[in-house]
Design a protein around this ligand. Structure first.
Ligand code: ADE
Length: 258
């Protein structure tokens, strides 16, 4: 059930997100499900989609042009992006951005998105502008003058930044205060302690001959916590050996020592 506090609805959202894209329709209903929908309805986040083309000049409203120096593909022009940022923030001068503003370029050249970086944006930012790059790239003067962060969602090339804007929005919004509701917590998410999440089971206790591990049924919380930690460590070693290099200790044993 969706219970929304009246005081929350009257207050300004914790974060306002503005997405700049040449494909506004791409975002149709993508933010209208699950946790993001709930956070929007609860007034925790406001999300606006802006069509970059509306800020382009001339009869043809061109948002891209051929690259100086030659080469394949088209480059996104700077003027519509500067105009769009001016429309959204009231300025395109980075020194004049309202406090807590992050203007993010989504591109494969960006810094990789991590749970840690999503958390720091969720904790610190009040305004988030996500610019979806397209074509072969974006005029570098946009990065030089407008951008505070350049983010990549992984070492692969998408046709544009739109899917990345959805990923970044989801990763950040679920970490905003109260977005997950009281019944869930981001503390146990994969990566929040440098490990992948442990396996989960629900009823039935036996399904097509496959049994739920006995330890989860016996109600011994210390044993369950130890089992979950070991399974998380196993999975991390198998799937992400790069993460498992760091030292980890079982949260139960940690709390007993302190
Ligand atoms: N645009 C194209 N590829 C991308 C990626 N990997 N991350 C973010 N934006 C992108």
């Amino acid at each position: 059930m969706l219970r929304i506090q009246a005081s929350r609805m009257l207050a300004a959202p914790v974060m306002r997100i503005d997405v700049l894209t040449i494909f506004p329709e791409f975002f149709g209903q993508v933010f209208d499900f699950g946790i993001i929908r709930r956070a929007k309805l609860a007034g925790i986040v406001e999300i606006n989609i802006h069509d970059i083309r509306q800020f382009a000049a001339g009869k043809h409203k061109m948002t891209d042009d051929r690259p100086f120096g030659g080469g394949d593909g088209m480059v996104m022009k700077p003027e519509p992006l500067f105009a769009a940022v001016e429309h959204v923030l009231g300025t395109s001068n980075r020194d004049e951005y309202p406090a807590g503003t992050r203007v993010v370029m989504l591109s494969p050249q960006g810094k990789p998105l991590k749970q840690r970086s999503a958390k720091s944006i969720a904790d610190e930012a009040k305004r988030l502008i996500l610019i979806c790059g397209r074509y072969e790239g974006v005029d570098e003067r946009v990065n030089d003058a407008l951008i505070t962060d350049e983010i990549s969602i992984g070492d692969y090339v998408l046709s544009g930044g739109e899917p990345a804007a959805v990923v970044v929005t989801d990763a950040i919004v679920r970490l905003l205060p109260d977005a997950l509701g009281s019944e869930t917590s981001a503390e146990n998410d994969s990566f929040s302690d440098g490990l992948l999440d442990c396996p989960h089971y629900t009823r039935p206790a036996e399904f097509r001959g496959m049994k739920v591990p006995e330890v989860l049924l016996n109600g011994n919380h210390a044993e369950i916590e130890k089992w979950r930690f070991e399974k998380a460590l196993d999975k991390t070693r198998r799937n992400r050996p790069d993460l498992s290099e760091r030292g980890h200790s079982c949260p139960h044993e940690r709390s007993e020592k302190s």
